[in-house]
Design a protein around this ligand. Structure first.
Ligand SMILES: Nc1ncnc2c1ncn2[C@@H]1O[C@H](COP(=O)(O)OP(=O)(O)O)[C@@H](O)[C@H]1O
Ligand SMILES: [Mg+2]
Length: 471
């Protein structure tokens, strides 16, 4: 076999490497590049001559080739971000006559078939990443007080009054209401006016914590509890929040297995870090929130009844925006003040016509949707008065909704409405939204892939999704 292979000329070998879809790099024991194929060089923006003889870490982003050349342990199907794309990397040690001499690595772009397989893996990683990012920016203080809760409607004032009344007590509070109604804002305000306000406020989004990380995140872990665990162990969010308030957002998304552990911790007032024997006492006030129907979940067996009773000592229900239309103008003005700071604007006002339009809309996304609509309006606004034309079509004219949807879903131009003349910015915004929705459809809902299809960065894609309310 070996001899046959030697009859291949070097030209053949080079051509074979060239034909293959894997990009290839070979390093010696010290991680110095001894071979890298041309297409790889092109992809990472270097040249063959430049790369040869250099330490691989200096040439290839996030590489581990130098490590494999040292450890002799292969690494298969590793996800390696290069140039903003995620590549699948395989790294093999090279043994000649039983001696480790270097390493051979391939990277490949996941093709559509592979993609599905790797998508889950990537999504989980991204989810974890996001989770840690969010956590990093989450300062441990409450940022809002009851003064920040705008609204004079009867129902809203009642919810607010109840919140203010119970803030002083130590009882658990369950805040219910549709998404975007201000549940998190309420939780901040309650902590802010409570006796615990000088202690931490720790917000935990139960929907964003990967199930496998739940216990260690909430209760912490001891040194050596699992592979990859940080040396010295790690404190859990419950102990970080000690003496303060824990806000368990989207509690309805907490997995059942975790619900039992949470209940035990609340009952015993202590937590046991993963992999440890000792327990740590905790003194916490719990505020939970959800937009799901927990009573129904209890019937279906997906939420524990005993935990529900524990959390639902006081229930504050925040009414949806469509049931407090009187609040819309005041909230809009408050949101505009906030947006003006963000966009360096001054004196922005709503025209009376716009106020009427906003009051007519049903607001399935509640205040968050209103915030997005106003942010979008500020973006397309030249002067200071927000007019009807600065609103998205679906709010401007409910009847337009169907035809707008149709032209979004259907690329043909025959569906363009006769009301075609409108500010250029608006047309551009629509085109942008259309392109994004289309790309997302092609990419099967994968935002990262869609951003790539459109040739824009993922941050900018995420920002635009927010502006155009694309989910
Ligand atoms: N009554 C209100 N007054 C001012 N801003 C509000 C009000 N309710 C909600 N908001 C704003 O709307 C957005 C969504 O609120 P949030 O508390 O995150 O909603 P939820 O947790 O119910 O989904 C936030 O930016 C919040 O500041
Ligand atoms: Mg929320």
């Amino acid at each position: 076999m070996k001899l046959d292979m030697r009859r291949l000329s070097i030209d053949w070998l080079i051509e074979i490497i060239h034909i293959g879809i894997e990009r290839i790099v070979i390093v010696d024991r010290d991680g110095i590049i001894v071979y890298i194929d041309e297409a790889y060089c092109e992809f990472i923006g270097t040249t063959f001559d430049d790369a040869i003889g250099r330490p691989v870490q200096e040439i290839i982003e996030n590489t581990r080739m130098h490590i494999v050349a040292k450890t002799g342990e292969k690494e298969i199907e590793n996800l390696q971000p290069i140039n903003g794309s995620v590549m699948i990397a395989n790294r093999y040690p090279i043994f000649i006559d039983g001696k480790l001499v270097g390493a051979f690595g391939t990277v490949i772009f996941p093709d559509p078939d592979n993609l599905r397989h790797f998508k889950n893996k990537m999504n989980n990683l991204l989810e974890e990443l996001n989770f840690y990012k969010n956590k990093a920016v989450n300062e441990l203080t409450s940022k809002y007080s009851f003064d920040d809760l705008i609204g004079n409607s009867h129902t809203f004032k009642a919810a607010k009054a109840l919140g203010e009344k119970v803030a002083g007590s130590d009882s658990s509070v369950l805040i219910t209401g549709e998404s975007g109604t201000g549940k998190e804002l309420f939780a901040h305000a309650i902590h802010h006016s409570s006796a615990r306000s000088s202690f931490p406020f720790v917000a935990i989004n139960c929907a964003s914590i990967p199930e496998v990380l739940f216990e260690s995140e909430l209760f912490g872990y001891e040194d050596g509890a699992f592979t990859g665990a940080k040396k010295g162990g790690k404190e859990g969010l419950f102990t970080v929040a000690n003496k303060g308030t824990v806000f368990l957002d989207e509690i309805g998304d907490m997995p059942l297995s975790m619900q039992s552990k949470l209940l035990r911790a609340l009952q015993e007032k202590e937590v046991q870090p993963v992999g440890g024997q000792k327990t740590i006492p905790i003194d916490l006030r719990i505020i939970a929130a959800t937009n799901r129907d927990l009573t129904k979940m209890i019937e279906e067996g997906t939420f524990r009844q005993d935990l529900f009773y524990r959390l639902n000592v006081i229930n504050i229900e925040i009414p949806p925006l469509r049931k407090r239309k009187d609040d819309i103008e005041a909230i809009s003005n408050k949101l505009l003040q906030k947006l003006e700071r963000k966009f360096y604007r001054k004196g922005t006002v709503l025209s009376p016509e716009v106020v009427t339009k906003l009051e007519e809309h049903k607001w399935p996304g509640n205040v968050r949707e209103l915030e997005n609509v106003l942010e979008r309006a500020i973006n397309v606004l030249d002067g200071t008065v927000i007019l009807s034309e600065h609103l998205p079509l679906y709010i401007r004219d409910q009847k337009m909704k169907a035809s707008e949807q149709e032209s979004l879903n259907n690329n043909s131009s025959k569906h363009v409405s006769p009301l075609a003349v409108q500010p250029l910015k608006e047309t551009l915004a629509q085109a942008e939204k259309k392109a994004m929705t289309h790309a997302l459809k092609i990419a099967d809902g994968d935002k990262l892939a869609a951003a790539k299809l459109l040739g824009i960065g993922k941050t900018s894609f995420y920002d635009k999704c927010k502006v155009y309310d694309i989910r």
